[in-house]
Design a protein around this ligand. Structure first.
Ligand SMILES: *Cc1c(COP(=O)(O)O)cnc(C)c1O
Length: 453
């Protein structure tokens, strides 16, 4: 029996280029549209928000994009990350399946997010930007960008979804340790925030609303850019450093996945892992590979939303992107996996789903925590509540193998640890968490406000 548990690469094997799926899509992505004119956006439209290098990456169709040496040098702090074979979980489930997970929790902020935060801070620094405004859900993105800002000496202002700000104070403290400023969203610092507070002073906030605040902040100041931790093409591009490592590592393990599972909020961690693999499905070498995007039942954009043009934020400031959406003013219920409370999904993932290369699945929160506990008691790692969605799907697929007797290879995208989410586990263990049914009526209302394109 193969007892090998950890598969690792040498530091020099950190990829030197990111992989751009846009070179290999069978059909190009639908255009991104200007929120006012409805015409395809131009680089100039985006220049107030992003450095030109990132705008170029957003639309590039070059297959390989150079990772700057300065970024790779910071990646060395935690990359390459380890691929684990989950022997103990397999045993606990009594499954013939082979379960692997690629673990991104070893980065300083504890998730995959610094893969892009460091790159974004670098390109902003190079363009002379002094300050970046951003939003954060559960706080992982804010803390990752705070870390990225600290690496390059850039001031970071974070609008943090209010419910998470109060549920997860330690993420705010992490941001402050790395030198960033963090306020709860809705905040009094922007028009969008003040309008929401006037409507509902106890508003729990949402990622869409926090994006509105950060975009408003960025466009109102010359020294400030905006930064997004997920959804956009360049963010998914930066995350492919993980999938490229994973491809080398499964080879070391003499394996290739039959099924890849990951959790999706905006979709960046999972896309970063699966994009280098989906290439094999697109070109026909691995036609049977299944790629399962796991989302929360309370915000099931891929499994319940229409494929339509929508804004990325609540106030309607961002460009229009074609995606599976629940409507930009849909406010998801306050589940503990704050990073998954988003109304839309990365256009690249939606396009691939629409073409039939990837699929979606929705899970209730109680089942995901149960899976996270099973994982912690076998593999040891206490995972982020977001990641528990991926683990739940991985376990379910492994249990199906137990029924059929098939020894499938399952790869779980493990996006981060849950050390700053102990309040959520505490609530779960105390029996205080509940499931939220799919909020059909609220989604119906929000979908009535889709922009007409
Ligand atoms: C932010 C986050 C997610 C969700 O974001 P994606 O862009 O969908 O990856 C998932 N897991 C962890 C640990 C996160 O921090």
């Amino acid at each position: 029996m193969d007892k090998r548990t950890k598969f690792v690469l040498d530091e020099e094997e950190i990829p030197k280029q990111w992989y751009n799926i846009q070179a290999d899509l069978p059909e190009p992505l639908p255009p991104v549209l200007h929120p006012v004119t409805g015409k395809p956006i131009t680089p100039d439209d985006l220049a107030p928000l992003f450095p030109m290098e990132l705008i170029k990456q957003e639309v590039s169709t070059e297959r390989w994009i150079e990772i700057p040496e300065e970024v790779r040098d910071i990646y060395r702090l935690w990359r390459p990350t380890t691929l684990f074979r989950a022997h103990r979980l397999e045993k606990a489930l009594d499954t013939p399946a082979k379960i692997f997970y690629k673990y991104e929790g070893s980065s300083p902020p504890g998730s995959h997010k610094p893969n892009t935060a460091v790159a974004q801070a670098y390109y902003n620094k190079k363009e002379g930007i002094k300050r970046i405004a951003t939003e954060t859900g559960a706080g992982q993105w804010g803390s990752a960008l705070a870390f990225g800002g600290a690496c390059f000496g850039i001031e970071i202002k974070v609008y943090m979804v209010s419910i998470s700000y109060h549920q997860k104070p330690y993420r705010r403290v992490m941001m402050e340790v790395w030198g960033a400023k963090c306020v709860p969203s809705p905040s009094k610092d922007t028009k969008a925030g003040r309008a929401m507070l006037a409507e509902d002073p106890n508003c729990p906030g949402s990622l869409g609303l926090a994006i509105s605040e950060a975009v408003e902040d960025a466009v109102s100041r010359d020294d400030t850019h905006y930064s997004l931790g997920s959804v956009l093409n360049h963010v998914l591009l930066h995350q492919t450093v993980n999938g490229l490592e994973a491809k080398k590592l499964v080879e070391k393990a003499d394996a290739y996945p039959d099924i890849i599972v990951g959790c999706v909020g905006g979709g960046s961690n999972f896309a970063g892992l699966f994009l280098p693999f989906v290439r094999d499905k697109i070109d026909g070498t691995k036609p049977d590979l299944r790629i399962i995007n796991v989302e929360p039942m309370s915000a099931p954009s891929m499994t319940k939303g229409p494929y339509a043009y929508d804004f990325g934020d609540k106030a309607g400031l961002t460009p229009l992107m074609k995606m599976f959406t629940l409507g930009h003013d849909f406010m998801p219920p306050p589940i503990h996996a704050g990073g998954l409370r988003y109304h839309g999904m990365a256009p690249i993932i939606c396009h691939l789903a629409n073409l039939g290369f990837v699929e979606g699945r929705a899970e209730h929160q109680l089942g995901t925590f149960e899976a996270g506990i099973t994982f912690a008691r076998s593999e040891g790692i206490i995972s982020a509540p977001e990641t528990d969605h991926a683990i739940k799907a991985g376990i379910d697929e492994a249990l199906k193998c137990k029924e059929t007797g098939e020894a499938k290879t399952i790869l779980i995208a493990h996006s981060g640890h849950g050390h700053v989410d102990m309040a959520s586990y505490d609530a779960y263990l105390a029996g205080k968490l509940k499931n939220y049914e799919y909020p059909e009526e609220k989604v119906k209302e929000a979908l009535e406000n889709l922009p007409k394109v």
